[in-house]
Design a protein around this ligand. Structure first.
Ligand code: GDP
Ligand code: IMO
Ligand code: MG
Length: 436
């Protein structure tokens, strides 16, 4: 990887820099061929990573895959995939995803390993997720209802059940029953079929056993032996439990810090961090969104960009590109480069706006504010740039982009302080401009 060394390193991470759904899956799928192992580090089935690949049976229409728990590297033949310790694992969803791949003639056996330290996410976590959201009259987070918060809560309060526990079914059953009993005391006696769930886990035990590994040892050992690892980030930096728009966030560290703890490597191992950044902004669920467009323009971007959740199908809120968010993400993640995605979606807009600064009570803010109260009352400074009308989907070289599109990308790079080495111009694998 000599000439690519600055952009790709032996351990490279790809992560979301806004509020998720930036297009991480597509770059993971493109880069997977250059790496030996593709690993997930954080989050759970709240993630929905969409990939379109050529369909051997239908050259007209690409095949669509949506990954929630299985790393998207599975689409590339021969690659090994690892689910790292930082993930919350709903095994039924995981096996359903593997079945979808098998049904599409993609062999998964012997190619996927799961950390013995992943926390198991049960149906009761989803129930509690729903109960917690219902209990909030205002200010609902708008979670994906995949049980993410309640599972990470159990992890942090040290009652979580890990995959390793399942390896000894008697101990697992005891912990599981104790947890359901305790959680039913805390959340009210929600309707629950304990025996059905237990019998599922008993049934899949032999299927999961060969996949269980000490993933930190496995990955460090692989790196020591010259193998290369690509980490597939989930969610987005502004959804990070520490650095995002708390409390309207997910329950894990979706930024670069989570990559380190989520696979069990030291920070010095991470040679490259690629941030996925949409050429505009979207957000699903509640919470602040400074550059949101609540008018027809927002609707237009949603329609052209197909901005509907890959996990829940909910319409995504849409708005202008926010360089304050972009710059903040470059800082929090020490990004090496970015992949600016969905530039093609902006084709045809007469003008484009970019938020360049936030002001509060007349003073310019240095960085992204922690206070929601401040965020709700900021004044946003915008610059306006001319749009373009040319179709971008066939463009493969930066120099072939319309001058106004080139200027838009360059302006973003200047404002956020990071190079766009990859520019997305369509949904398919080949629809990407590579620079340098
Ligand atoms: P992820 O969660 O970050 O992987 O992103 P999602 O899959 O949730 O949402 C991104 C959507 O944008 C998917 O439907 C992708 O197929 C699509 N997409 C990714 N890159 C591009 C691009 O450059 N142009 C267009 N038009 N669509 C893209
Ligand atoms: P990918 O990996 C977009 C959002 C939810 C909600 C908040 C908390 O596809 O980019 P949670 O279920 O995690 O407790 O929900 O976080 N959220 C995402 N939004 N893309 C995601 O993942 C998301 N993962 C969580 O919509 O606002
Ligand atoms: Mg998504």
């Amino acid at each position: 990887m000599s000439t690519e060394a600055k952009i790709l390193a032996n351990l490279t991470a790809v992560l979301g820099t806004q509020w998720g759904d930036e297009g991480k899956g597509k770059l993971i799928d493109i880069l997977a061929q250059k790496f030996d192992i593709i690993a997930r580090a954080t989050g759970g089935a709240n993630a929905g990573h969409t990939i379109y690949i050529p369909d051997p049976n239908n050259p007209e229409k690409p095949q669509k895959f949506v990954f929630h728990l299985v790393p998207a590297g599975m689409l590339t033949e021969g690659k090994i995939c690892v689910v790292g310790n930082g993930v919350v694992m709903h095994l039924p969803t995981f096996f359903e995803e593997l079945q979808i791949l098998e049904d599409a003639n993609i062999k998964t056996e012997g190619r996927i390993f799961v950390s013995d330290r992943v926390h198991l996410l049960f149906k009761y976590h989803k129930e509690i997720d729903g109960l917690q959201e219902t209990a909030k009259s205002n200010n609902k987070i708008g979670t994906t209802k995949r049980g993410i918060g309640p599972c990470y809560t159990d992890k942090i309060r040290r009652i979580g059940i890990r995959l390793q526990d399942l390896m000894d079914f008697e101990t697992f059953e005891k912990k599981y029953r104790e947890n359901v009993e305790m959680l039913q005391k805390e959340y009210g006696k929600f309707d629950y079929d304990i025996e059905k769930e237990l019998s599922y886990y008993k049934k899949i035990l032999d299927k999961v056993k060969p996949m269980v590994v000490d993933s930190a040892y496995y990955l460090n050992n692989a790196l020591d032996n010259g193998k290369t690892v690509l980490v597939e980030g989930a969610n987005g930096t502004l959804l990070d439990i520490d650095h995002g728009t708390y409390p309207f966030v997910t329950s894990s560290n979706a930024s670069a810090g989570g990559i380190i703890t989520g696979i069990g490597v030291g920070p010095r191992r991470l040679g490259s961090v690629i941030g996925i950044m949409k050429a505009y902004t979207t957000r699903v669920g509640g919470g602040p969104f400074p550059t949101e467009l609540l008018d027809e323009l927002g609707e237009k971007i949603r329609t052209i960009g197909g901005e509907f959740g890959a996990t829940t199908g909910r319409p995504r809120r849409c708005g202008w590109f926010d360089a304050v968010v972009g710059k903040y993400s470059v800082m929090i993640n020490t990004l090496t480069s970015i992949n600016l995605t969905k530039l093609d979606v902006l084709t045809g807009l007469p003008f484009l706006k970019i938020a360049t600064a936030y002001k509060y009570k007349g003073e310019k803010l240095n960085s992204f504010p922690s206070s929601l109260e401040i965020l709700e009352n900021i004044e946003i400074e915008y610059i306006e740039m001319p749009g373009w009308t040319e179709d971008l989907s066939k463009v493969r070289k930066f120099e072939d982009l319309p001058a106004n599109a080139q200027a838009y990308v360059k302006k973003i790079e200047e404002l956020i302080g990071c190079r766009a080495n990859f520019i997305g111009v369509g949904i398919e694998r080949g629809d990407m401009i590579f620079r340098d």
